[in-house]
Every structure is written in C-alpha cells, then in structure tokens.
Ligand binder design. Sequence first.
Ligand code: GDP
Length: 337
Amino acid sequence: MFKFLREKIKNWAGKISKHEEEKAKEEPRQKIIRDAPKDEKRESFFEKIKSKIQKVKISEKEFEVYSEELEMLLLENNVALEVSEKIIKELKERVVGKEFLKKEIEGQMKDNLKEIIENILVEPFSIADRIREKISDQAKDPYVILFCGINGTGKTTTIAKIADHLKKNGITCALAASDTFRTAAIEQIKKHGEKLGIKVVAHEYGSDPAAVAFDAIKYAKRNFINCVLIDTAGRMHTAKNLIREIEKIAKVCKPDLKIFVGESITGNDIIEQIKSFDWALGIDGIVLTKADIDEKGGTALSVSYILKKPILYLGVGQEMSAIIPFDKEDFIKKLGL
Ligand code: GDP
C-alpha cells in the first residue's frame, strides 16, 4: 500500500542529505587551511570549524531545486497541485535558512513533512461512537447512514463491511436495498445480508429507492435495530437528475450521516465527484476503497485538504474483514514518515 509515494519520499530526503553533505565537504576546506592561526589558538580554532562543518544551511535557491523534485513526486502520486503547493510552502518556511546538523538532515526533512501532513489530514470520528450517542439518548429512531458514490467503486461491499464491523461492536443493523436500478444490485446486497445474518429490506427493481429506505427505517424502529445503512444506485456526479433522486432519498429519510464512497486509486477526479455529492447532500465523511491496490496514496491527502472532510475508513480488500478505520498516525507511517 502506498509504496510509490513512500519510496519517492525516502529517495528525495536521502538525496538532499547527500547533496548537503557533499556541499559541506567541499566548501570550507580551503578556507580553513588559509585562515588557521599559527599559534596556540590553532587547536580551538579547528574545534570550532569542526562543529561548523557538521552543520548545513539550505539556501532559498537550493530549496527551489529540492522542492521542484518534491512537487513532481507528489503530483505523480495523486496529490493535487493545490495540496502539493501548500506542502512545499510550509516546508520552505520550516527549513530555508535554518541550520541543521548534517547527519540529521534526512530525518529533519521527513519530520517536517510528517508534521505538515498531520495537519492536512482531517481527524476522523468513530461511526460506532456516533451511533451509541444517539441510541443511548433513548431515541426511538435508528441511526441512519446514507451511502453515495459512482458505480463500481465498492459501495455495496463497503456497506456490508461496515455493517459487519458495527455488528461486531454490538450495534445491530439493517440494510436498505435502495439501488433499485442496477440489475444485480438487490441480489448482491441480499447475499451479503444472508452471509452476515443482517436483515435486508428490498422492493422490486425499478421501485422508488426512497420508499425502500423509508421501509427499512420503519422495520428497524419496529424491531429495535440500532442502525440502518442505505445503499443507493451508483451515479455519475454529472448526472443531475440522478443526483436529484438521491436528494429525495435524503429528504425522506433524514440520514444522520452521509458517506461518500470512492476509490483511493481515482486520483484527482475524486475531488469533483465528492464536490457534486457534497453540494447536493452535504457529505459528512468519506470511505476510500481499494487502498490495498493503491501504490500512490495521494488521494487521501487531496481529499482531506481540499474538501476538509474526514476519511473514516479505508477499504483494503474484497473480504468482509478488509476494512480499517482511518488512522492519521498509521497512514503517515505507511508513507514511511
Ligand atoms: P458498487 O457498484 O459501488 O456497489 O461496487 P461493488 O460493491 O459491487 O464493488 C465493485 C468491485 O470492487 C467488487 O469486485 C468488489 O469486490 C471490489 N471491492 C470493493 N471494495 C474493495 C477494496 O477495498 N479492495 C479491493 N481490492 N476490491 C474492492
């Protein structure tokens, strides 16, 4: 996972360290010998010089060269331009003109990047905690989660994974088969439900998705089920009438949480996708699927910085257990920082 970005960052920091070391080696030698006193002060003079050549300073001009390479590697790995510019601007403020110990420069670069990325990523919240808050409030209504996204990104699979994850955390769930559009969608979600022992409320193909979701909520209320997860038909973010349809589902069901599901491997296009759904629904959180086959990793950074929305989970495979709550520290570690 995120192998390319991790390796590129490592090489980049290593190259800076090497370059600075070379620079420090060449620069002062001639001058030291020329300036060295001939008397007894000679020894302390060399001590001073030694500590000086162990330190390096990055000039603005040098930083420009380093940052060009950094920008390229970020862009190549799905970090949006706006975000890579922000990272470079912050890094510049932190390192240009500052003195670093030569042997620490690689670590210092990585530490600075780590802190910058930490600040960019939005702190996620726990869905299970949110549900518990609502149900401990003696609310008779279940907690309702509406899922949206485009076709084939792993939405239905993610719903099943989250329901399973919640069930394992003592939260009962029902699923609403509100993708009444795609031929195999109802069968697919019913199969997941059967395997997991979770009720799926479904109508016929072509029926009103809002009515299905409404019935699922009614079922949950009657049966004291804690949470309803609503699947919806995948739709392109540009299909205005379909976006209106999902707005209707939201109006009828008044979800507590609206989650966008998108692929980690999508790259910058995901920003436009989420913006459209956010405009129509107001997205609360994001699940990035297929992180297991994403060698780049930049999508998470772009989404967090540009949209200021938390990533709640990463999908990491096709099995039901292949979902991990998003953790900032863990993500940063995966980038080798
Ligand atoms: P939907 O059309 O958005 O509902 O997508 P589906 O849930 O039908 O998933 C589409 C394909 O993506 C299926 O083959 C899933 O098994 C696969 N998939 C879903 N999530 C992940 C994931 O996190 N990693 C990988 N590698 N495949 C996934």
